[in-house]
Write a protein that binds this ligand. Structure first.
Ligand SMILES: Nc1ncnc2c1ncn2[C@@H]1O[C@H](COP(=O)(O)OP(=O)(O)OP(=O)(O)O)[C@@H](O)[C@H]1O
Ligand SMILES: [Mg+2]
Length: 234
């Protein structure tokens, strides 16, 4: 494992139903700081399970994960990482329906030691970053799909995570909103130097990532750095 690894999976496997369903098989991957990585593969190939084990929502049945080289073995460690180092964006936004956009973002600071004025400042800054300042008091049902995903992205970046995991973040959006959300995710990744790991079915979206990992039947079948488009043109 290279010294700069942010998160690594070491012989990770995940079974369901006492081994009758194998979602991940002997996955060995390392993700460095500042990388953009697309995870692609057919439905059922294990992409979501991979994302969920990378944030500790699922604890793998085999193998181990490391954060900056240190094994992550307890739920407490994962909770702390999700609180401060890992942001997650899902396809279906996962917002609380009875909370406003601002409150949905603020939720991610639960348990933080920041003062209330510091929290307020960070929430306003995150809403501004995703262009939603004027929708802060709206409920999710009063927002468009693209706006809801912006709230989810604001929530995911509020603690300035080193790693952003996105599972088909544009899966429920039309092409215009999808492309705006992707622009936002890549802008954030570049501006903050964070690592973006994104599941995508769309080849043009995956093509924007510097590295692509293909999965099939729970296994990694390809792991390749892409030649950046501007170098290809030379
Ligand atoms: N909670 C669960 N219980 C049982 N089996 C599950 C569960 N979650 C996922 N699986 C199975 O594990 C395998 C991998 O599922 P996963 O959701 O990771 O696939 P995916 O690549 O994300 O698919 P999609 O592109 O459809 O989202 C599939 O066979 C799926 O049916
Ligand atoms: Mg999935």
């Amino acid at each position: 494992m290279e010294a700069s690894s942010l998160i690594a999976l070491d012989h990770v496997g995940h079974d369901f139903d006492n081994g009758r369903i194998v979602a991940l098989r002997d996955v060995n991957l390392s993700f460095g700081e500042g990388e953009s990585v697309a995870i692609v593969g057919a439905s059922g190939s294990g992409k979501t399970t991979l994302i969920l084990v990378m944030c500790g929502i699922r604890i793998p049945t085999k193998g181990i994960l490391r954060w900056k080289g240190e094994p992550v073995t307890t739920l407490r460690q994962w909770t702390n990482l999700r609180r401060s180092e890992i942001g997650i964006v899902f396809q279906d936004f996962n917002l609380f329906p009875t909370l406003t956009a601002r409150e949905n973002v603020e939720v991610a600071m639960f348990g933080s030691s920041a003062s209330s004025s510091e929290r307020r400042r960070r929430v306003e800054e995150a809403l501004d970053t995703v262009g939603l300042t004027d929708r802060a008091t709206h409920l999710p049902q009063e927002l468009s799909g693209g706006e809801r995903q912006r709230v989810a992205i604001a929530r995911s970046i509020i603690n300035d995570p080193k790693l952003i995991l996105a599972d088909e973040p544009t899966g429920n959006l039309d092409s215009v909103n999808a492309s705006a959300i992707l622009d936002l995710l890549f802008d954030l990744q570049r501006a903050r130097g964070s690592t973006l790991v994104m599941v995508s079915h769309a080849p043009d979206q995956a093509g924007r990532c510097a590295r692509q990992i293909n999965m099939k039947d729970g296994k990694v079948t390809m792991d390749q750095q892409r030649v950046p488009a501007h170098e290809e043109a030379l």
